[in-house]
Design a protein around this ligand. Sequence first.
Ligand code: SIN
Length: 285
Amino acid sequence: MTDTATLTVRRLSPVAGAEITGMDLTEPLPPSLRDAIMKAFLEHHLLVFRNQNLTADQQHALTLQFGPIEDHVARRADGSRSPVVHRVHNLDERDQPTATPREIGNYFWHTDKSYHQTPSLLTMLHATELPPVGGDTEFANTAMGYAALPESTRHEIADLRVVHSWESSRRNTGGRLATPEEVLERPPVTHPLVRTHPDTGVKALYLGLHTSHVVGMPESEGRALLDRLLTHTTRPEFVYVHQWRRGDLVIWDNRCLLHRAVRNYEMDTHRRILQRTVVRGTVPF
Ligand code: SIN
């Protein structure tokens, strides 16, 4: 337990995650406290603030204290764009719980918006409604995964670039396909397979649901490599499982963590709703 004048931090797992208690995030953060949070964020990659109760406007204001807020590209069933403060949920058009929600990408390992040239830095989820049991989110540390690779593999993948595309991520989920409009507004981009964290200098694998293929490699060979690396870096020893409590507000670093929601709850019976905002990052290198 680290106890400073302003912040009490308790490590939750050796992989990622620390709990911060005794804070009210509805109020603007003094710069020194904000800096202390960012220091803990870089050290632990994921922070859990317990017992919060933020309105959409308050979460919007809080997010802006960590950087520029990201527009949300997703569209609702009626075609309108989701607001920057939006909900991740398992509800159908009639607001009823369903095991087959329209968007299911969050149930696959991914790092947010890797299909953008400038992907997400930090995602903030605030649990407002939860199933009585389950509904966890898993986080995999891709810097630990990278560091644990054999030297020969690290050498082999050092300069590879990977295509990330919304269209292929839709295909990878087996859910709804991308609409022609979405394909036009989200063209494929390439990113390094090994990215260097801009704040810590630590290298991490950068891959997940949105990856399509490896540049300059036969498609099946590249796909097999990506699948192998994903299986490696999501092994249990690199994973922190977050079991949500109502009021949790979690922020995580998309530059070194993959995440996915877990279907370990009765999706067609219980509502699972998390209020979400995202801070825009920088171009991976
Ligand atoms: C997300 O992918 O941003 C949300 C994860 C979750 O639903 O737990």
